[in-house]
Design a protein around this ligand. Sequence first.
Ligand code: MG
Length: 165
Amino acid sequence: MTSPSDFEGVPRIGLGTDLHRLVPGRTCILGGIVFDECPVGPDGHSDGDAVLHAVTDALLGAAGLDDLGTLFPDDREANRDRPSAEFVAEACRRLQLARLAPLSIDIAIQCDRPKIAPRRAEIRAAIARLVVLPVDRINVKGKTFEGLRATDPEIVSVVAVVLVG
Ligand code: MG
């Protein structure tokens, strides 16, 4: 039989995914970075930042805590247009209370627009600042739908994996 103390100090992995429609008239914010030139942005109750939502869920999941939707319900007025950076900050605070901290994050962002690659370094730096990790502990890659996605609705889909210890 194993006891909880057998796992003391052993890193834990967390997975987060998210998907938002990309629609005209919404600020395009992904990974905490605004893509001014993009004519569509993630729809949502908060600012719609699917990257930070996936990261938040991965952080919370690794720590065995409640998920994003439970902590920040999208039917609460207080969460309307809320900056998703606040969700990441709250997840980090809860990790700290559980005596845990993020060790590394890997993120895949899938969308046909905006183009992620030219802003990759900025996204890595923004997330590194949010979770207080060196930039080389955060990785971000942009993927397209290779022309296979349905044209309507247009979406952004994100997968984030986090190591927590
Ligand atoms: Mg979301």
